[in-house]
Write a protein that binds this ligand. Structure first.
Ligand SMILES: C[S@@+](CC[C@H](N)C(=O)[O-])C[C@H]1O[C@@H](n2cnc3c(N)ncnc32)[C@H](O)[C@@H]1O
Ligand code: SF4
Length: 400
């Protein structure tokens, strides 16, 4: 179903291809900070009042349920505990929050409940309890299967821990994914081929394979700036990307998104809600949300500092710092940015309905002529394998 947009970008009807409604719960703490990471995450050497934070998360969920009201309420198709390191959460807190979502919105029959986990023995030791709490999908931050590389990435686990954590995950959860970071300094296509081939023997239905990004204001940014290491240039990164596509496709886990690979049916439903511009509530410090409300689509984001967020929730029920309607152009841009990450691409008619104007046909023709964009027989537009390495430029061209 294509939504009909009013002039101000308001949607008359809810899209049925939006993947349903999802709830994101952010746990903003890690045991240590990895030098490449710029997620909203914090280390508290004095310990974390985990149950106090869980109570605040539940309160913020209640705020959103009340705000959405009975008319807009629909069961959650996904609950995602992201971080930070949610595998540091007491299983009791995970159970409490799953119970809160069930009570406030209900869940679909085959709800996906994901928890991001680090592969240290402490975290993996809680997998059974997380499963008993209701988690049915785990995403493990393996990053590499090579001890030296894990040291370079500043990880607190080694190769043996990673393999053990994946095995324990398979024992306790029906759905298992893990993350790897490639395009690391000095990585050759042969070395990545060997490491990824091993990862594929350990994989379940899903793998996230990210190219190392040097994020501003991280220790890696400073080290990179100081010339302490060099990341692969675009040709070398392309060779590593091609290895990734070839190996995962022949193993039956082709890319369904620029960095995500799955067996058919094993796609992460939660992320599909984001990439198809569906509705999601985001609670916890620095969490983002998107809601279709009576006046249109709203973008929400909360205070990022955990203690400040908690004080806000305890005094007024929510930690929102951003709570703004998205206009038609913003909605169209967001659909391009998110949707073109997917192998299945976007529906240009949905773009036109959201944005109030179609995508420029000349630009489509130009990008298609350059082999970066393809138009499918059903009219969908998707980025080609030559286009994905320059995705940002393709999106910018179409949005202009
Ligand atoms: C929230 S973390 C996953 C869970 C857990 N905190 C962990 O690290 O094991 C999300 C993932 O983003 C990826 N990531 C974070 N920063 C990155 C960067 N600068 N470049 C590439 N991948 C990155 C990592 O693969 C990481 O596992
Ligand atoms: S990669 Fe994971 S463990 Fe490392 S700092 Fe980021 S969120 Fe924390």
């Amino acid at each position: 179903m294509i939504e009909a947009a009013k002039a101000d970008g308001t949607l008359d009807r809810r899209s049925s291809d939006d993947g349903g409604f999802a709830v994101y719960i952010h746990w903003p703490f890690c045991a240590a900070r990895c030098p490449y990471c710029d997620f909203n995450t914090h280390v508290r050497h004095g310990g974390v009042d985990a149950l106090g934070f869980a109570a605040a998360l539940e309160r913020e969920l209640e705020y959103f349920a009340e705000r959405m009201g009975d008319a807009a309420r629909r069961p959650a198709a996904s609950i995602f505990f992201g971080g930070g390191t949610p595998s540091l959460m007491p299983p009791q807190a995970v159970s409490q929050l799953i119970g809160a979502v069930r009570r406030l919105w209900g869940v679909t029959r085959n709800v996906e409940i994901t928890l991001e986990a680090n592969p240290t023995s402490v975290d993996a030791g809680r997998f059974r309890e997380f499963s008993e709490a209701g988690v049915n999908r785990v995403s493990v931050g393996v990053q590499s299967l090579v001890d030296e590389e894990l040291k370079f990435l500043g990880r607190r686990h080694n190769r043996a821990d990673a393999i053990r954590a994946i095995e324990i995950a398979h024992r306790h959860f029906p759905r298992v994914s893990f993350d790897m970071i490639y395009a690391r300094p000095g990585q050759t296509p042969d070395a990545w081929h060997g490491e990824l081939a091993e990862a594929l023997t350990l994989a379940g239905e899903h793998l996230s394979l990210y190219q190392l990004t040097i994020e501003p204001d991280t220790p890696f940014a400073r080290m990179h700036q100081a010339g302490r290491f060099i990341v692969p240039d675009s040709d070398a990164a392309r060779a590593l990307y091609d290895v990734t596509q070839d190996l995962t496709s022949s193993a039956g886990l082709p890319a369904y998104e620029i960095s995500n690979h799955a067996r058919p049916g094993g796609e992460c439903r939660h992320n599909l809600v984001y990439w198809s511009c569906g509705d999601f509530v985001g609670v916890g410090p620095g969490a983002h949300g998107r809601l279709s409300e009576a006046h249109g689509r709203t973008a929400t984001a909360t205070e990022t500092m955990p203690e400040a967020w908690r004080r806000l929730v305890e005094t007024r029920g929510h930690g929102l710092k951003i709570d703004e309607p998205l206009d038609a152009v913003e909605q169209g841009d967001e659909y391009l940015v998110m949707g073109l990450r997917l192998a299945s691409g976007i529906d240009p008619q949905r773009y036109a309905a959201l944005c109030g104007r179609p995508i420029d046909a000349d630009r489509i023709a130009e990008l298609a002529g350059d082999g970066l964009l393809a138009e499918d027989p059903d009219g969908r537009l998707r980025v080609t394998s030559d286009g994905f390495p320059v995705l940002n430029a393709v999106v910018a061209d179409l949005a202009a």
